[in-house]
Ligand binder design. Structure first.
Ligand SMILES: [Zn+2]
Length: 237
């Protein structure tokens, strides 16, 4: 994995701002893995894992999140155990097979490509249905839409076991009232917000330096942050 520089992150942020989270994730990982052209076919949990690694390289290991207690509205702070998450999700086998309700079902772990088709395609539909590659009962093919609820639940559970970071949830306890609940962590949203805050800070620095010295944006961005900060401090004196 390579770590994109500040100017590149600004370009990605610019392009990704109007896009949905899955496309933002693909933009970031394409910059981190420029030699790979198959990122959209990685399982969602593995994509989340790589986003966590990228986030650690860009913004460090600690990730503190705030959540409102649903019972008493106290603001609860939690430090997400990011290093522990990384142990949970290596790239899993792509194709799987189960037998349920007399049906042999072959399926694959949901990928970014599946997610985009399920949410943006001309025929949007259930993500789970897109993971079913084939189903067969007594030698007769069964369409995904005709599979029983128990079979679909079994497929869903098998996906959760094989690709645990596809859905990241944490148990929360409110220190004020003791209420317990579960909160989801959408790593791309967290990372994108951090990149946005960084982009806004850098752009305001560029604006001040361009105004003061007449330098071009590309030249200012090509400087190290140490050198930019030095000029900014000099402007303050
Ligand atoms: Zn509470």
């Amino acid at each position: 994995m390579r770590t994109p520089g500040t100017a590149e992150l600004l370009d990605i942020w610019d392009v990704g701002q109007p896009l949905p989270p899955a496309r933002r994730a693909l933009l970031l990982l394409s910059a981190a893995y420029p030699e790979r052209d198959d990122i959209a076919s990685w399982p969602l949990g593995y994509i989340n894992r790589q986003l966590i690694v990228l986030r650690q390289r860009l913004f460090g290991h600690a990730l503190v999140c705030l959540a409102d207690c649903p019972a008493c509205e106290e603001v609860v702070e939690i430090e997400m155990p990011m290093d522990a998450l990384l142990n949970a999700n290596e790239m899993a086998d792509a194709t799987h097979r189960i037998r349920s309700e007399g049906c042999d079902v072959r399926f694959h772990l949901p990928t970014a490509h599946d997610l985009l088709l399920a949410t943006e395609g001309t025929t949007p539909g259930c993500l789970l249905a897109r993971t079913i590659d084939s189903a067969c009962r007594d030698g007769v093919d069964v369409a995904p839409a005709e599979l029983g609820e128990a079979t679909l639940a079994a497929v869903e559970q098998a996906i959760e076991r094989a690709d645990p970071l596809a859905h990241i949830a944490f148990a929360m306890t409110c220190p004020a009232c003791g209420h317990e609940w579960s909160t989801d962590l959408h790593i791309i949203d967290v990372l994108w917000a951090e990149i946005g805050a960084c982009a806004r800070r850098v752009l305001s620095e560029v604006g001040r330096l361009a105004q003061a010295f007449g330098w071009r944006e590309s030249d200012i961005l090509a400087m190290s942050s140490t050198r930019r900060n030095h000029y900014l401090e000099w402007l303050e004196t």
